[in-house]
Design a protein around this ligand. Structure first.
Ligand code: BEZ
Length: 253
């Protein structure tokens, strides 16, 4: 996972749409009272809380200590732990594993899926949604274009996320032992909050792109990328990001 500083307060105020959209994925999870469920990349804990409301028991894990701290404060009745998603050490404990907007951050996808497979009881399910092939292509292209115009193209890391196609992910799931029950790839244009929504999005989520630049250089690339995107992605006072989701349901056979 790339080094990202997660500001949980900013995330809650500015990027709350992540949990709001995640509520849709919960329908695929269809959690039941009494089930034991692992939420990978629980963030601020909002979706774990929705699962627990149904009567299931949830363990929420996240790589960010800041996020886990905020989740614990917001939902003291739920168990949260700081943990690397690619190094799970559970053994047949969970009826289901759930994840929203996290898998695209994980470099070691085989390690992630092997850990999930081992964590699930026989017949258990994995339900997850994350960025699919083509996700945020315009934003990546704008960062690349801006870096090129400013002659920083060899120092900017423009695409460090994992956005797989349906066939790529089906193969990964099946080679781990899962049955890929359902996989959808769909556009989900996503409104960002405020006139500086794109600037704040890049500052929060794309900060790893600029690890080889100083602050002034990173700001120049970010500002130029925002101005490249503005004519096409800022309408009637609102920014829209070109999200594409891969939503999966897989069964441990
Ligand atoms: C996503 O949810 O698709 C996403 C969020 C932040 C960075 C990259 C992708």
């Amino acid at each position: 996972m790339p080094e990202i500083h997660w500001d949980s307060k900013l995330y809650n105020e500015q990027h709350h749409f992540v949990s709001d959209y995640g509520a849709d994925v919960l329908q695929w999870l269809n959690a039941k009272a009494g089930e034991n469920i692992l939420d990978i990349g629980c963030g601020t804990g909002d979706l774990a809380a929705k699962i627990q409301e149904i009567g299931a028991t949830v363990l929420g894990i996240d790589a960010s200590a800041d996020m886990v701290e905020l989740a614990k404060q917001s939902y003291p009745a739920i168990h949260f732990e700081q943990k690397d998603a690619a190094a799970l050490d559970y053994n047949r404990e969970f009826d289901a594993v759930f994840s929203n907007a996290t898998f695209h951050w994980v470099e070691n996808q085989k390690g992630l899926l092997r850990g999930i497979y081992k964590s699930l009881k026989h017949g258990g399910r994995l339900v997850a949604e994350f960025g699919g092939k083509g996700n945020i292509k315009s934003i990546i292209d704008a960062i690349e274009d801006a870096a090129k115009q400013l002659h920083f193209e060899h120092r900017v890391i423009s695409n460090f996320w994992f956005f797989p196609s349906i066939s790529h992910y089906a193969t990964l799931l099946e080679s781990t032992g899962f049955e890929a029950a359902q996989i959808w790839l769909f556009d989900r244009p996503t409104k960002l909050v405020g006139e500086d929504g794109m600037l704040k999005w890049i500052n929060q989520f794309a900060q790893h792109a600029f690890v080889n630049l100083n602050e002034e250089e990173a700001k120049a690339v970010t500002d130029l990328a925002v101005s490249i995107l503005k004519p096409t992605h800022f309408k009637d006072g609102e920014w829209t990001a070109d999200y594409r989701r891969l939503r999966i349901k897989a069964i441990k056979k």
